[in-house]
Design a protein around this ligand. Structure first.
Ligand code: ADP
Length: 595
């Protein structure tokens, strides 16, 4: 993407503020006019003083009047210029802030539309995605700011000053013009020299941040292995690199800045010499006042060029980040597609035939899978870790679509279903990660935003969590994240009661919970199972043997199915898992103890 492409893509975001833009431009133009006033006033003042000195009778009264007028004009101009600059900056900033808001909103609403495959794709991990978005929004809105607040006024003022110089004297104008390409040349060289270093500084900075975060997160491991010194040494190395890199960028930067100031001074000296020479040879239209006039105008010409380097850097950043940012905004292929089938009744009869599915990283998770989930029954998916159980749930909830084969719900292919409607009819309880920061009440109400307070409480009762919530000092207004794992899980189940879907997927709902919490959740689950189609994934044999039917999976393929008793009698993988589970629980000893 080039600068033209970048500006074209930004244009739709700036256009809604066209009136603000017009006002900014007008103020900019007026401000640029003001910037030239000093030169004109000084030109006239010097000539007027010169005349006064050469009069036969010097009059203090005339001199005082002259100084009064000059002071009034200059102070009045400063006041006006201050107001104009304020207005121009406020308007420019308003455009930047609004564009930044619009860019953020657009990208968030876009991301919410994406299918799950987008989030599991390489490079879209939460941290990386967030960095891409943050940097994109920041550098794009900076481009807007650079353009409207920084460059435009300076360049308008420079062009005006140059035009005034040309009008006053073509030769002086030409000298001023000749210095500009030299500036551009120096800035371009500076850009090239700095580029590699800037990138290195950026990389080291990220590594430093990441390193400190790593230390904090793993402090118990570091301490238990006595690796404090190792970690400190790693940081020392990074800090050393960072120091060298920062010094190097500063050195290059100061060198080039010095060079530019020097060239600017050469320009000023050339202009003084030329104008002085023209005055001395009595060139028409040239007077002593014009020496000051041109010197002051020339400083207006060179002012924006001094800023070129920073703007060049910012623009380069914007070009890098804009590409991946607009990549997200313009990504159509990852937007979820939806059918429009919305029957009045959903029973939950899933039919999967010869389904194949591969994740974007190449993992072939489901192979030639055929299964039938009967409505109103509880079906368990059993298998070792990585067998593809969660992937099946992802496919049934349309988070991913199969590569081939068919999945039908109540006789209709899943892709013909309205996705939103389908998910309204499916409740999902996962192992963890589904409690938001907020109160318990808000978390339960997420299942049905229009529910009354009484309905929320009823759902909590059904999930066997009501009494425990009421014992908290703030009751339903307590923070949900403060609850224990088992309590949070029951909040999620209460939310499911409130949503009241006919189909429920439970993916390891009791993994990593203690025995008491597991038992309490089992009670909640038994309650919610009534009259619904339930798919349960669990390593807990106690939950599996309660199912009406079960499928045993191995590397994405069904290897056994039937009622729990039937499958156990068949032997094979299920029996292995079952027996191992009983042995690991030390079932014989338990039975002995309890006898
Ligand atoms: P299970 O639920 O039986 O433990 P999963 O369905 O989670 O198994 O995983 C099946 C296979 O797919 C595993 O090899 C796993 O590494 C892989 N997998 C799961 N989720 C993703 C993902 N988002 N991206 C890539 N591979 C995945």
């Amino acid at each position: 993407m080039g600068i033209g492409g970048l500006l074209r893509k930004l244009l739709p975001f700036v256009l809604p503020y066209r009136w603000l833009l017009l006002a900014t431009l007008l103020l900019t133009f007026a401000g640029s006019l003001m910037a030239q006033v000093n030169a004109v006033v000084l030109d006239r003042t010097v000539d007027a003083i010169n005349n006064l000195l050469h009069q036969d009778h010097f009059e203090w009264a005339s001199a005082a009047r002259l100084l009064l007028i000059v002071s009034a004009i200059l102070l009045g101009k400063e006041l006006l210029a201050a107001l104009l600059t304020f207005g121009q900056r406020i308007f420019g900033e308003k455009i930047r802030i609004h564009v930044s808001r619009d860019l953020s909103l657009r990208v968030v609403s876009r991301i919410l539309q994406f299918r799950m495959a987008f989030f599991s794709a390489d490079g879209n991990e939460p941290g990386k995605l967030q960095t891409r978005i943050d940097r994109g929004v920041m550098s794009l809105s900076n481009t807007v700011k650079n353009f409207f607040i920084d460059i435009l006024p300076l360049f308008t003022s420079a062009v005006m000053a140059l035009v005034l110089m040309f009008i006053a004297n073509v030769y002086v104008g030409l000298v001023a013009l000749a210095v500009i390409p030299v500036y551009f040349l120096i800035t371009a060289r500076q850009g090239v020299r700095m580029k590699g270093w800037r990138r290195r500084v950026f990389g080291t900075h990220q590594a430093l941040n990441h390193g400190i975060m790593n230390i904090i997160e793993s402090i118990n491991v570091i301490k238990s292995f006595n690796r404090e010194q190792v970690e400190a040494d790693k940081q020392t190395k990074l800090q050393d690199d960072s120091t060298v890199q920062q010094m190097q960028t500063r050195r290059i930067s100061f060198l080039f800045e010095g060079l530019k100031t020097f060239v600017e001074q050469i320009g000023t000296v050339l202009i003084i010499i030329l104008t002085a020479y023209l005055v001395l040879i009595d060139y028409p239209g040239m007077s002593i006042g014009k020496i000051m006039y041109h010197v002051l105008l020339f400083s207006n010409v060179s002012a924006p060029i001094r800023q070129l380097h920073r703007i060049y850097d910012d623009l380069n950043d914007a070009l890098i980040y804009a590409e991946s940012f607009f990549g997200i905004l313009e990504n159509e292929s990852d937007v979820e597609v939806s059918g429009d089938y919305k029957p009045s009744h959903v029973s939950g009869d899933f039919q999967l035939r010869n389904v194949e599915f591969t994740y974007s990283n190449g993992t072939h998770a489901i192979r030639d899978l055929t299964m039938h989930i009967e409505p109103g029954k509880t079906t368990a998916l059993v298998g070792l870790s990585g067998a593809g159980k969660s992937t099946i749930v992802n496919l049934l909830d349309k988070f991913y679509s199969p590569d081939s084969g068919t999945i039908a719900l109540d006789g209709k292919p899943l892709n013909e279903w309205d996705t939103e409607y389908l998910r309204e009819n499916v409740g999902l309880v996962l192992q963890k990660n589904h409690i938001f920061s907020g109160t318990i009440e808000e978390n339960i109400r997420y299942g049905c935003p229009s529910a009354s307070a009484e309905q929320v409480r009823q759902a909590a009762r059904q999930a066997y969590i009501y009494d425990q919530i009421m014992q908290l000092p703030d009751g339903f207004d307590s923070q949900a994240l403060q609850l224990s794992g088992g309590q949070q899980q029951r909040i999620a189940i209460a939310r499911m009661f409130l949503k009241n879907p006919p189909i429920i997927f439970l993916d390891e709902p009791t993994a990593s919970l203690d025995a008491i919490a597991t038992e309490q959740i089992k009670a909640s689950i038994d309650a919610i199972k009534q009259g619904r189609t339930v798919i349960v994934i669990s390593h807990n044999i106690g939950q599996i043997i309660d199912s009406d039917y079960l499928y045993v999976l191995d590397t994405g393929h069904v290897v056994q199915h039937g009622t729990p008793d039937e499958v156990y009698r068949q032997g094979g993988l299920y029996k292995d898992i079952f027996d191992a589970s009983a042995r690991s629980m030390n079932a014989d000893k338990i039975a002995e103890t309890m006898a």
